[in-house]
Write a protein that binds this ligand. Structure first.
Ligand code: 4AD
Ligand code: MG
Length: 436
């Protein structure tokens, strides 16, 4: 008899039928003449029931003594079972153990508690656990939703290079790479500068890829390698940028709620905290945010950037993200268009997530005036030869334009309600971690 191979997530379509599941032993419960292998196949977990009387004796013994994470294929009939998590069980008819994990070198991650360092050292295996599985699936959903949003709103995907000759977000967080014959290049901090070129070519573009920051800070919000999606629009002002950022966030949160309820439940994430994420988001100027923070007891002075604690304080009690705009130019990158009435302010916006998740989006309107850009490059000591092409964009059909970057890991940490962003990417890169 042929047993069609199915995925556990599709089990409900096969109730009453004989099928096979190929996976790994997640856990094993025994009760006299019955064993209950809990199977995991990457799409979900399912309890299976192997009854001694129905099976070949050697096979029953093999199943009974099976070790955690051994790989195996189980064949049998799917049966609806209300008490089972997931609602279905398999009555095992036959089985094939593909690789048995030896007792002498057992799977290192047991159901008992392990420390974070231990788990991070075993990240290649830790990804098999239910919680990590849920986080990574939420991440995949976020990425798909982001792409769907831009693809269906007139943006063309144009990916930008990783080796770059110039700094985008300040020279202190650059990773330098030796690039043949003495030429130095850097790992990109942001695709933005290239996006400005592609936006003037295509009108609306986005890039989506890994970005790098040599952040010496060891915080729960910083990675040295993270993924960022960055839209850029020609003929756009700060207000246009804010509108797209708000729409994107609402859209992506909606998709996570629509398609990843089970994962949120597995993570014990209070989904009601995401259901309130609707437009319009509250908006506040940097000036007002500083006053508000001082009232709440922060030491912040006008002219400095918000720290992580300020971001948490300013969003306290909010049920959706907050948009703060018009920061002092001195705390922002060189490329921001200044406010026409108050040139000491940059036309930039940060979107700060509630519940202490901090800045998830940063962006704004770019300088479109040639002379001002040249002045800024000089003030920031940026090498003109690396920016020639960027300057060209102000010579040939310059227009007001703008965009933003959204950090995927910060966004996913917020969706999943995670304490630290290291769990939002399969193999995180941090100050003290480059392995596995
Ligand atoms: O605010 P940032 O530095 O902005 C830029 O890079 C702009 N050039 C983007 C643009 O306008 N096209 O970074 C944007 C976002 C932050 O809001 C945050 O979500 C994330 O990227 N981010 C980080 N995420 C994890 N680890 C880090 N070290 C991050 N640095 C920034
Ligand atoms: Mg920022």
């Amino acid at each position: 008899m042929a047993y069609p191979r199915i995925r556990i997530e599709d089990a409900r379509r096969y109730a009453g039928e004989s099928v096979e599941i190929a996976g790994w032993l997640y856990n094993l419960r025994k009760s006299g003449k019955i064993v209950f292998p809990l199977m995991r196949d990457g799409s979900g977990t399912m309890q299976c029931v192997a009854v001694k009387a129905n099976l070949d004796e050697a096979l029953f013994e093999e199943l009974k003594n099976l070790t955690q994470e051994s790989s195996l294929i189980l064949r049998g009939k799917i049966r609806a079972e209300q008490r089972a998590p997931g609602g279905f069980e398999m009555d095992v008819e036959s089985a094939q153990v593909v690789q048995r994990v030896p007792e002498s070198d057992p799977y290192p991650i047991t159901p008992k508690e392990h420390g974070t360092d231990f788990l991070m050292d075993h990240r290649h295996l830790w990804l098999r656990s239910k919680r990590q599985h849920a986080v990574i699936r939420v991440r995949a959903e976020v990425i798909k939703a982001v792409r769907d949003y831009f693809d269906s709103h007139g943006f063309t995907l144009v990916d930008t290079p990783i080796f770059t000759p110039a700094a985008c977000e300040g020279t202190t967080t650059l990773f330098e790479v030796n690039y043949f014959d003495e030429e130095k290049v850097y790992l990109t901090q942001s695709g933005q500068l290239y996006n400005e070129a592609t936006a003037l070519a295509f009108g609306k573009t986005y890039c989506f890829g890994p970005t790098f920051r040599a952040e010496k800070s060891k915080t729960r919000r910083h990675l040295t390698e993270f993924w960022m999606v960055e839209p850029e629009m020609a003929y756009a002002t700060l207000e246009d940028v804010k509108q797209v950022a708000e729409e994107l966030v609402v859209f992506v949160v909606g998709r996570v709620l629509e398609n990843r309820r089970q994962e949120l439940a597995d993570l014990e994430r209070d989904a009601s905290k995401l259901e309130t994420v609707k437009a319009p988001f509250p908006r506040m100027s940097y000036d007002d945010a500083v006053l508000e923070l001082q009232k709440k007891g922060s030491e912040i002075q006008w002219g400095s950037d918000f720290g992580g604690t300020d971001e948490t304080l300013i969003t306290e009690g909010l049920d959706r993200p907050l948009m703060v705009d018009r920061y002092p130019t001195q705390v922002k990158a060189f490329y921001f268009q200044p406010d026409a009435d108050r040139p000491e302010l940059a036309l930039g916006v940060d979107v700060i997530a509630p519940e202490g998740y901090g800045e998830i989006i940063g962006g704004g309107q770019r300088i479109h005036d040639l002379d001002l850009l040249l002045k800024r490059l000089e003030e920031h000591n940026l090498p003109p030869e690396a920016f020639n092409w960027y300057v060209d964009l102000r010579k040939y059909g310059s227009v007001p334009h703008g965009g933003f970057g959204m950090g995927i890991e910060r966004f996913v940490a917020w969706m999943c309600g995670l304490e630290h962003i290291r769990e939002t990417i399969a193999f995180p890169r941090m100050l003290y971690r480059t392995r596995p």
